[in-house]
Design a binder for this molecule. Structure first.
Ligand code: HEM
Length: 134
């Protein structure tokens, strides 16, 4: 179902949101915090997600790319960069001077580029059914 809600164990069907708070501009922008702590939500299926805006529990985001940026920052703790090569540079810099096979830098705080946001959006658009029930 393209949703963690289908995974009964070990976490159950609810997920904390938002997870990453420090320096996260979306918390205020979209009024994402309910009660001074993360809410717990049943993640909706991403099938047909391109057709089901607005997104999130309060319907505060209407654009799919913006929902992806909110996820990248709020759930994955990533930064965003307008530089399409940001990722490649970060990986290259971390590969340099690290022990082969022990490179953990490339998995931490990677920037998500505009290209990646649009690639993910295209993937999510591919989850739209060719025919929909009436
Ligand atoms: C690149 C990775 C991800 C993408 C593209 C993504 C995409 C999305 C989208 C489009 C929605 C809105 C669905 C809707 O309202 O119809 C959503 C909601 C949600 N996602 Fe993600 N997500 C990602 C990663 C994660 C991760 C890692 C977590 C958990 C740790 C997570 C937890 C949630 C939760 C709890 C919601 C519902 C929040 C609410 O209703 O306010 N997501 N996600």
């Amino acid at each position: 179902m393209f949703s963690a809600a289908g995974t009964e164990k070990p976490l159950g069907i609810y997920r904390a949101f938002p997870v990453f708070w420090d320096g996260n501009p979306y918390l205020d922008k979209y009024d994402l915090v309910l009660d001074e702590r993360p809410g717990r939500f049943r993640v909706p299926s991403l099938r047909n997600v391109a057709l089901t805006a607005p997104y999130f529990h309060n319907g505060s985001v209407s654009d799919l790319e913006e929902a992806i940026r909110v996820m990248a920052v709020s759930q994955l703790g990533r930064t965003l960069s307008d530089d399409p090569l940001a990722d490649i540079r970060i990986v290259a810099a971390s590969v340099e001077g690290t022990i082969p096979g022990r490179n953990t830098d490339m998995f931490t705080n990677r920037a998500v580029s505009r290209q990646e946001v649009s690639d993910i959006a295209e993937f999510l658009r591919s989850l739209t059914a060719a025919t929909l029930p009436d």
